[in-house]
Design a protein around this ligand. Structure first.
Ligand code: RP5
Length: 183
């Protein structure tokens, strides 16, 4: 089911600017091996009613496509880009270099990597003038990237702002209930 949602996001949201208007967030993974963790990001966006554009684009293996995507993203209606990669994770930075849109980076743990520290440093240590809003490594970062994107969009979208307030309330309530259960 989850996989279907992800594939559906990918297939139905590529292309025209009409589609992009209802897909203001792009989730870009550096490899198909990143998709399992990024499903948490996609699912969180779906929970807020946002169906993202989902792509696999590599800063190193498909640099031309990465450049073209970043240069055309704003024109096609995308407002926030989430970029996730492992190892020498230059994807978020490479996209941020070519767009004025906010770019959120998610450093991932990859096989043979350094537990995500390699990706964290590659994503976060951007030179002044080209920021990447870098989240935590892995699953937590994937989910937070979605919430952070919603927070940006909620600044100009009352409906999303309401959903965000409700999300915070529910989250708080869950912790209070767990605390009460201990007493
Ligand atoms: C990065 O290299 C990708 O984002 C991925 O996390 C890592 C390994 O890629 P694969 O060899 O699994 O395709 O570019």
């Amino acid at each position: 089911m989850k996989k279907k949602q992800m594939l559906s996001g990918k297939n139905e949201t590529r292309g025209t600017s009409d589609e992009a208007r209802i897909c203001p967030v792009a989730v870009i993974a550096g490899s198909d091996s990143d998709l399992e963790v990024m499903q948490g990001c996609i699912d969180t966006l779906l929970d807020f009613g946002i169906k993202p554009v989902v792509r696999i684009i590599s800063a190193h293996r498909t640099p031309q496509i990465a450049a073209e995507f970043a240069e055309n993203a704003a024109k096609s209606g995308i407002k926030v880009i989430i970029a996730a990669a492992g190892m020498a994770a230059h994807l978020a930075g490479a996209l941020a270099a070519r767009t004025c849109l906010p770019v959120i980076g998610v450093p991932l743990i990859s096989a043979g990597g350094l537990e995500g520290i390699d990706a964290l440093l590659s994503t976060i240590q951007m030179p002044p003038g080209v920021p990447v809003a870098t989240m935590a490594i892995g699953k937590a970062g994937a989910k937070n990237a979605a919430i952070f994107a919603v927070q940006i969009l909620a600044l100009t979208d009352k409906n999303l702002a309401k959903k965000l307030a409700q999300f915070k309330k529910t989250q708080q309530q869950k912790v209070i209930e767990k605390d009460s259960a201990l007493r």
